[in-house]
Design a protein around this ligand. Structure first.
Ligand SMILES: [Zn+2]
Length: 128
């Protein structure tokens, strides 16, 4: 009951919510009901248990993901960020090196200034 030719299982809403909304829900529900690839064993046996919760029917691996799909664009970015956390000490080292370089540059700049000043002084002396 509820399935229609035009909006398939979204027909369960009857005449409510309008055609556009009902046809849109078909797309989303098709995605969330699909079997997804398991990040642990690689088999396409992952099923959505509840909002944001997925479990692999093959190896039993349970994990959190997006509300309607196991992986979302923003989720991918967050994953990258958490992965890069292991590089935090390295990043800190880089920052320290940068700071040291900047200090060195500042000193070099000062040296250059002094040189320029002395050269200017020489030129002035030569002019005199
Ligand atoms: Zn699995």
């Amino acid at each position: 009951m509820g399935d229609t030719k035009k909006v398939k299982h979204a027909g369960r809403f009857g005449a409510r919510y309008g055609r556009g909304v009902r046809s849109r829900i078909i797309k989303i529900e098709a995605k969330q009901r699909q079997l997804h690839e398991c990040p642990k064993c690689g088999f396409k046996r992952v099923k959505r248990i509840s909002t944001g919760i997925y479990q692999c029917k093959k190896c039993g691996f349970k994990f959190a993901g997006g509300a309607f799909t196991p992986e979302t664009m923003s989720g991918k970015i967050v994953k990258k960020m958490t992965k890069q956390r292991s590089f935090l000490p390295l990043a800190r080292e880089l920052i320290e090196i940068k700071e040291e370089k900047q200090k060195g540059l500042m000193e070099k700049k000062e040296e250059l200034k002094e040189k320029q000043e002395t050269e200017q002084g020489k030129e002035e002396k030569q002019v005199k």
